[in-house]
Design a protein around this ligand. Structure first.
Ligand code: C2E
Ligand code: MG
Ligand code: MG
Ligand code: MG
Length: 273
């Protein structure tokens, strides 16, 4: 795109743009290599059922520290992966690891442990996505009910019918679907009215400082009610303080996730949980 607009000219006058492009190319090159070498990691962050001491659900989050680039934020490398076509491979890697982990924890703790895996729009648009997920469930020995896919509203803006079909196929087998970052897209309600989902994850923008922001609290309260009426669970994302948790519990929110409860960490650090 930049090329068509005359990247040469732009670069001559905009060193920051040139630097950003260099970085993008480097990240893509190193990421491609890291995927081939199996160098990515997966961290886990519990999704806590409020009032319950046991942790049974964990969100899998991709992590990458490159030998040359150092640690790279998922916000950066996920976007590069989406733009360069590497996201399918990356997503498969994370899902496989997460399913293996859920099986291992279930055996260790003698209870069903489930994992949430983030799925990008481009993955969901692939006609072979449902088959890929089924294959990973079989190869890891995980039960479909041990997996929830986290999708964002961006997923569904285009090709809603096709995406609904894919998700329905998986839900029939027991795989869960959660809407991530709820409230940050533009079509939340329109999408909700058509998409089969099992949980709403309210973006942390609505949780942060909710105890001193009446408008935020009103919105949060409305989303909790929405979840109750739809009979799906509501997860508050990004809880960093007890005071936020107090408000959430007062509103009847059932699940929460955030640094205050637990930071994302490697699997081994939860082994004694
Ligand atoms: P997300 O799915 O909404 O994940 C939650 C993000 O919020 C994570 O950032 C997590 O570390 C962070 N977080 C959790 N609790 C708190 C808190 O209390 N305060 C604050 N400030 N942040 C908190 P992370 O790991 O950097 O991931 C960023 C995003 O990258 C994720 O947002 C997700 O959209 C994407 N991502 C990560 N892993 C994958 C993956 O395997 N596949 C895909 N497609 N996307 C991924
Ligand atoms: Mg997520
Ligand atoms: Mg989220
Ligand atoms: Mg979020």
């Amino acid at each position: 795109e930049a090329k068509r607009q005359g990247a040469g000219l732009w670069q001559a006058f905009s060193p920051s743009l040139a630097a950003a492009q260099d970085r993008r190319i480097q990240v893509e090159r190193r990421l491609r290599r890291a995927l081939q070498e199996g160098e990515l990691d997966v961290s886990y962050q519990p999704i806590v059922e409020l009032g319950c001491d046991e942790w049974s659900t964990f969100e899998a989050l991709a992590r990458w520290t490159d030998a040359e680039l150092g640690p790279v934020s998922p916000l950066e490398f996920i976007r590069v992966a989406e733009e360069s076509g590497l996201i399918n491979e990356l997503g498969q890697f994370v899902m496989q690891r997460a399913l293996q982990q859920s099986v291992a924890w279930s055996a260790r703790w003698s209870r069903r442990v489930t994992v949430n895996v983030n799925v990008s729009a481009t993955q969901l648009m692939r006609p072979d996505f449902v088959g890929q997920v089924e294959q990973l469930l079989v190869s890891t020995g995980a039960h479909p009910r041990q997996l929830t896919l986290e999708i964002t509203e961006a997923v569904v803006i285009q090709q809603l019918d096709f995406v609904i079909g894919q998700l329905q196929g998986l839900r029939r087998r027991g795989v869960g679907v959660a809407m991530d970052d709820f409230g940050t897209g533009f079509s939340s309600l329109a999408v909700l009215s058509r998409l089969p989902i099992d949980a709403l994850k309210v973006d942390r923008a609505f949780v942060r400082g909710v105890y001193r922001e009446p408008r935020r609290q009103a919105l949060l309260s409305a989303v909790v009610l929405l979840g109750q009426r739809l009979e799906i669970s509501v997860v508050a994302e990004g809880v960093e303080e007890q005071r936020e948790l107090d408000v959430l519990q007062g509103l009847g929110c059932t699940h929460a996730q955030g640094y205050y409860l637990s930071r994302p960490a490697d699997a081994a650090s939860f082994d004694s949980a």
